[in-house]
Design a protein around this ligand. Structure first.
Ligand code: DGL
Length: 258
């Protein structure tokens, strides 16, 4: 039976990928799942996180009867993609920092990676840098406070410009840096604010278009979208319901976690 494409993140960050999926697959039914009870993922222990991501994704895949799972979270993908692919029977598309496209556009060969503290330190990320940006200098910047800022921003609160400025500050210590990878799906939601806070023009690169392209290649038996998509959360609440409804999803149902 045909099913939706299920997009998963710790919080609302995956909605930056939803926009790209809608642009590339305008007729596909989408569903959304988030583990907002455990947000943020970026500072959690790896072993705990793998178990948690498996439990949440298993429950959400079962509840949504999806045709494919998009793990719209760099922190989860750089850690748990293999485990998810082993456990789930649907195609799984991951999200990893856009190091390769950034290396292709950087003229100065000096790139910044803005991501969670987990993602900037992961062996997966270091391998991406070695493989695709060996001739570039890459400044890795942990910017966990921007996750909360993106959550607050989507919920209609004013972002804290001091938090944004201090998260970005290490990038500007590098005068030659001309390209910044947004290696957390929450960050493209703040793109205009990040750009406005930058003291000079840089290219901001994220993975959402590449993920949408890959999803269109691997997902088969995708249901046609009509009406709001289903959504699931570990802590369904009114503010989240409001954000999801603006992005075309019905109010979140609780995830049945064992
Ligand atoms: N949106 C997630 C990512 O892409 C992480 C946010 C979090 O720390 O929970 O890495």
């Amino acid at each position: 039976m045909a099913g939706p494409i299920l997009v998963f993140d710790s919080g609302v960050g995956g909605l930056s990928v939803v926009a790209a999926l809608r642009a590339r697959m305008p007729h596909a039914a989408l569903a959304y799942a988030c583990d907002n009870a455990m947000l943020p993922y970026g500072r959690r222990q790896d072993a705990w996180l793998v178990e948690r991501i498996l439990a949440v994704c298993e429950a959400a895949v079962a509840a949504s009867r999806c045709a494919a799972l998009v793990v719209a979270c760099n922190t989860a993908s750089t850690l748990a993609l293999d485990a998810l692919r082993e456990h789930l029977r649907v195609p799984v598309v991951g999200t990893v920092p856009a190091i390769k496209p950034a290396a292709m556009v950087s003229r100065s060969r000096h790139i910044g990676l803005l991501a969670t503290s987990a993602t900037v330190a992961r062996p997966y990320t270091l391998r991406l840098i070695e493989t695709f940006a060996a001739d570039c200098r890459v400044r890795r910047v942990a910017a966990d406070p921007l996750v909360r800022e993106a959550e607050r921003y989507l919920a209609g609160e004013l972002p804290d410009s001091a938090v944004i400025a201090s998260a970005l500050a290490p990038l500007w210590e590098e005068p030659e840096l001309d390209t910044v990878v947004l290696g957390c799906t929450h960050f493209p939601l703040l793109r205009d604010l990040l750009s406005a806070a930058a003291p000079r023009a840089v290219s901001w690169v994220d993975s959402s278009d590449a993920i949408a392209r890959r999803t269109a290649q691997v997902a088969s038996d995708v249901a046609l979208g009509s009406g709001p998509g289903q959504s699931f959360a570990s802590a369904p609440d009114m503010p989240l319901a409001g954000v999801l409804s603006r992005f075309g999803f019905s109010g979140p149902r609780p995830l049945a976690l064992g």
